[in-house]
Design a protein around this ligand. Structure first.
Ligand SMILES: [Zn+2]
Length: 122
């Protein structure tokens, strides 16, 4: 159960709901694609990642925060995540997929998120 819960994070659920309301069909966590994208729009060759600001070092207040304890370890760990994110996006794009990243702090119900998703999926 714990594993399921960590995948179905609230920002991701919100994005799924929005996209579903817009009438787009998607698949979840396709394991055969680099980075197991959160939402996959096969016919549009488009994927959406919903990234936690802390784990993926978003350039926002939460993403810039670093734990005080084990600072060096965290620094290396989060840097590794960033490098992996970049290479994931690159390999997806090389395979012809379009990639959109929605940040946790952007994932609030409202027009701007809907507009962003609509513009990307159109
Ligand atoms: Zn953020």
């Amino acid at each position: 159960m714990a594993a399921v819960r960590s995948k179905d994070t609230r920002p991701e659920m919100l994005v799924r709901q929005l996209v579903h309301c817009m009438g787009y069909r998607y698949r979840l966590h396709r394991k055969d694609l680099p980075g197991k994208p959160d939402l996959v729009f096969v016919s549009r060759k488009a994927v959406v990642f919903v990234h936690g600001c802390f784990w993926h070092s978003h350039d926002c207040a939460k993403g810039r925060k670093r734990p005080m304890a084990n600072g060096e370890w965290w620094h290396r760990k989060l840097e590794k995540n960033q490098v992996r994110d970049r290479s994931t996006i690159e390999s997806l794009e090389e395979k012809g997929w379009r990639v959109l990243v929605i940040w946790e702090c952007e994932a609030k119900a409202g027009e701007s998120l809907s507009d962003k998703l609509r513009a990307f999926l159109r």
